[in-house]
Design a protein. Structure first.
Length: 339
C-alpha cells in the first residue's frame, strides 16, 4: 500500500525490509523479513515490500490465532480489495489500476531457530499432500508486478467497515452474509489472471450483482432492479432504459455460461469483451448506494455522476466508430463534477 489505512480494528501497513517500522519489537522485525524470503519476484529474488495486516493493533504471529481474528482479517482484506478495484481507471493505460490478485493472502508461521512454515497443500478430498509445514517458495503473479503502490478511497473503506460492524452487532447476519458473498464474487471476477477463463469471470460478476440486488435468477427481474437502483423514481428515462437493456443482455449471457454453453447463442448489442468492464463499473456503484441507504456513507459528486456516465459509456460502446475516452473522463464530463 502507498500509506497506512485503518478501518475498525484492522490496519493495512506498508512494509519495506530496507526501512522497517521503528516501533516494531525484535521478534516482529525478525519474522516479517523471514516470511518475505518465501516470496519471489520476477527478478528471481525475494520481494522487499509487502502489506502487513494487523488486527486489534497486533500482527498475527501466534502459532494458532483465534478463528475469529482470522475471519476478521480476511473480511477486511476483501473490503480493501473491492475499494481499490472501485477506483480503477479503464480504457487507458493510466493509473490507478489494480487487480484482486494484488490482495492475495498467504499464511506463514515463524519460530526462532526453525524459520517459517506454511499450511499443508490439501487435495480436493481434503487429504493433505506435499511437504506439510515446509515454507515453499511462492512466485509473485506476473500480472501484479507492473502495478504501482495501491491507494484506497478511505471514506469508502471506513464505510464498509462500519456497515460490517453495524450489521453483525445488530444481528442482521443475513444481510452481512449476502454482502460478504457479493464482494467475494466480485473480487474473484477481477483477478486479471490468464488462468481464469472469461466465462467464469462473467458468472462471478453477474452473481456479485445479483447477490447485492437480492433478485431471483430471472433476467427481466435482474435488469429492472438494476435500473431502479441506478435511476430511482424512473428518472432520466433514456439512460435508465440503456442500463436496463445492458443488464438484461449481461444476465442472459450469464445464464448461457452458467449452464455450460461456452458458445452462447443470440446476437449481442455490446461487444462481449466490454460486458465485464461495465460489470466492474456497476458493482461498486451499487455497493455505495447500499452504504448510503444504510446511513454509513455520503456520496461524492463523482459517485452521483457515475450512473449517468455508465449510461453514456454503454451508448458509445454500441458504436464501433466512436472514439472512447477514459472511464474517469466520462465521469468528469458529467455536469457538476470537478476534474
Amino acid at each position: 500500500m502507498a500509506a497506512t489505512y485503518t478501518a475498525g480494528p484492522v490496519s493495512l501497513l506498508p512494509f519495506d525490509r530496507l526501512d522497517p517500522p521503528e516501533d516494531w519489537d525484535e521478534i516482529t522485525k525478525e519474522s516479517v523479513p523471514a516470511a518475505l524470503d518465501d516470496f519471489i519476484g520476477v527478478d528471481g529474488n525475494p520481494i522487499s515490500t509487502c502489506t502487513v495486516v494487523s488486527v486489534g493493533g497486533r500482527i498475527l504471529l501466534e502459532d494458532y490465532p483465534e478463528a475469529g481474528r482470522i475471519e476478521t482479517l480476511r473480511d477486511y482484506v476483501e473490503l480493501a480489495c473491492v475499494v481499490c478495484l472501485s477506483g480503477r481507471e479503464f480504457l487507458t493505460t493510466a493509473e490507478p489500476y489494480c487487480n484482486s490478485d494484488c490482495f492475495s493472502v498467504y499464511q506463514r508461521q515463524y519460530r526462532r531457530g526453525w524459520g517459517t512454515s506454511a499450511p499443508p497443500i490439501r487435495r480436493r478430498d481434503d487429504i493433505p499432500m506435499g511437504l506439510s509445514g515446509l515454507a515453499l517458495k511462492v512466485h509473485a503473479p506476473k500480472h501484479t508486478v507492473p502495478i504501482m503502490k495501491l491507494s484506497l478511497e478511505e471514506a469508502f473503506f471506513k464505510a464498509l467497515s462500519e456497515l460490517r460492524r453495524k450489521l453483525i452487532g445488530s444481528g442482521r447476519l443475513e444481510l452481512w452474509a449476502r454482502l460478504q458473498e457479493s464482494i467475494f464474487c466480485f473480487n474473484q471476477a477481477n483477478t486479471d489472471s490468464e488462468a481464469i477463463p472469461p466465462h467464469i469471470e462473467w458468472v462471478l460478476m453477474a452473481s456479485a450483482i445479483q447477490r447485492i440486488l437480492n433478485t431471483p435468477s430471472k433476467a427481466d427481474v435482474f435488469a429492472r432492479q438494476f435500473r431502479s437502483e441506478l435511476f430511482p423514481n424512473d428518472s432520466k428515462r433514456r439512460k435508465a432504459e440503456m442500463v436496463e437493456t445492458w443488464a438484461r443482455e449481461f444476465y442472459r449471457y450469464r445464464g448461457n455460461y452458467a449452464h455450460g454453453q461456452l458458445r452462447p447463442y443470440g446476437k449481442a448489442q455490446w461487444p462481449r469483451e466490454q460486458h465485464l468492464l461495465c460489470g466492474a463499473i456497476a458493482f461498486p456503484l451499487l455497493l455505495k448506494i447500499l452504504l448510503q441507504r444504510e446511513g454509513v456513507y455520503r456520496p461524492t459528486t463523482r459517485d452521483a455522476a457515475q450512473a449517468d456516465a455508465l449510461a453514456r459509456l454503454l451508448e458509445e460502446l454500441k458504436d464501433p466508430t466512436m472514439q472512447l475516452r477514459s472511464w474517469h473522463k466520462y465521469i468528469e464530463d458529467e455536469p457538476g463534477v470537478e476534474s
